[in-house]
Ligand binder design. Structure first.
Ligand code: GLY
Ligand code: MN
Ligand code: MN
Length: 448
């Protein structure tokens, strides 16, 4: 990698994408075909587009980063074939809009068995469907579903010529979601790297912050640090929320100026080769926590530390929620923000009045990554963690400025601390460990 001291990976080897396809093939019935569609460009205005973001299932199975392509997986008589349809080489188009891989190079570089242009798709897909028993595609992808039904109608229209149309449609999502949920050692190394880069960005933000700057100026410091280390894009819209803005959970305006005595909440993660980091830090704009800020911050930090130290195979989000609830509810009781019978408060999860979102979520190619949170057969039970799962832990406390039920000293404070955790065979690894989080470490860094 460039400009940092990370060992060079920053990209999955081709063999990883082949393994992902192999794993999907093993889940397919014999005599079946699966379809995965690339994303299309999205118009921002008139003839300008947003930065292209590949469909993550398609990327997981191919590593191929062009729009409008289609991956077809065919399993027949124990033979497996991966076929790509993609945009053709086109000199004049490429002069205006950028290079295309083309079919020859796609086969050589990405390990597909056959590659064709999009123009060849209609005829060939109809041939693939003829005589096939089952079809797989993601039912939640409207455009792809529409395309598949069109193909199926075409095939059915030819039954009098002896063509046999598939009769069973299967949702590919639960299968691929389950595969994506468990990360390989390569994927974990990429996520380690994107966390390391994102931690550098959070440190830069702490060092560059001072009253009078605008939130978007700190956002820019973060993006600058991401790109300096090879993470070209943020994994999601960066949140830079000064003071009471932190009480808006998905605040992305980032348009206001920073006030001397407020906290600043930053929720920002880079994306590296498609894989996301999702990290939050909260720190004082003037570099010194006030007494009430310190009390609430330490409480959130204690909750995060207790939860993470319990993570190991076999634990569930339900158990982690119990730990977070017990810690936060007791702490709020000790600060006299909650009052009453402590046992009743814990039983009623009283902290949820101020901890208003979930404790965490899966993380991977998507920031809120795919994967069932429940045991597949019993939806009422949260599933046991197993090695290779990656998740966030992100307790928070939110005390809006206009909440007249709380003492004035707490109002306008919003705190979240968010780390990214891999479940390992005997516990867990905190990928976010290099990001300052203790009051002393933050104040020391900001004093430099
Ligand atoms: N950045 C979104 C989240 O923390 O879930
Ligand atoms: Mn998160
Ligand atoms: Mn986040």
């Amino acid at each position: 990698m460039n400009n940092n001291n990370l060992p060079g990976l920053a990209k999955l080897p081709l063999s990883e994408f082949e393994t992902h396809r192999k794993n999907f093939f093993t889940k397919m019935a014999d005599n079946s075909v699966a379809f995965f569609s690339a994303a299309s460009e999205v118009t921002r205005s008139n003839d300008t587009e947003f930065a292209f973001c590949q469909n993550k299932n398609f990327y997981y199975l191919t590593g191929f980063n062009e729009p409008d392509a289609l991956l077809v997986l065919i399993k027949r008589e124990a033979q497996e074939q991966a076929i790509l349809f993609s945009l053709p080489k086109d000199k004049s188009h490429e002069i205006w809009h950028g290079r295309r891989v083309g079919q020859e190079k796609a086969c050589q570089t990405y390990g597909f068995d056959q590659c064709f242009t999009l123009a060849e798709k209609n005829d060939l897909v109809s041939q693939y469907l003829n005589g096939t028993g089952q079809v797989y595609f993601a039912f939640n992808e409207a455009q792809l579903s529409h395309q598949i039904f069109t193909y199926l109608a075409q095939v059915r229209a030819s039954v009098r010529q002896g063509v046999k149309a598939p009769t069973q449609l299967n949702d590919a999502s639960p299968i691929i979601d389950d595969l994506r949920l468990i990360k390989s050692s390569y994927e974990i190394e990429l996520m380690r790297q994107v966390n390391y880069i994102s931690c550098l960005a959070h440190q830069r933000a702490m060092q560059k912050t001072s009253a009078g700057l605008f939130e978007y100026q700190i956002e820019n410091e973060i993006l600058h640090e991401f790109t300096r280390h090879g993470a070209r894009y943020a994994a999601y819209a960066t949140i830079v929320a000064g003071g009471d803005n932190a009480n808006i959970l998905h605040y992305t305006d980032n348009s206001e100026s920073l006030n001397d005595n407020d906290l600043l909440l930053i929720d920002a993660g880079g994306e590296l080769s498609g894989y996301a980091a999702d990290i939050t830090r909260t720190f004082p704009i003037n570099g010194k926590f006030s007494t009430p800020q310190k009390a609430l911050y330490q409480l959130v930090l204690d909750a995060k530390t207790q939860v993470i130290s319990a993570i190991r195979p076999g634990i569930t989000f339900a158990k982690l929620n119990e730990i977070a609830n017990e810690c936060l509810t007791k702490g709020l009781f000790d600060l006299a923000i909650l009052s009453g019978d402590l046992a009743e408060l814990v039983k009623n999860k009283a902290c949820k009045k101020y901890f208003i979102h979930g404790l965490g979520h899966w993380l991977g190619l998507d920031v809120h990554d795919v994967g069932d949170y429940h045991n597949n057969d019993k939806k009422e039970q949260l599933r046991d963690f197993i090695p290779g799962m990656v998740l966030t832990i992100e307790p928070g406390l939110y005390m809006p400025l206009d909440d007249m039920d709380i003492e004035e000293q707490w109002r306008g404070i919003g705190i979240r601390i968010e780390d990214n955790i891999v479940v390992t065979s005997n516990g867990c690894e905190n990928l976010t460990a290099s990001c300052p989080e203790t009051i002393t470490d933050i104040e020391t860094l900001m004093a430099k």
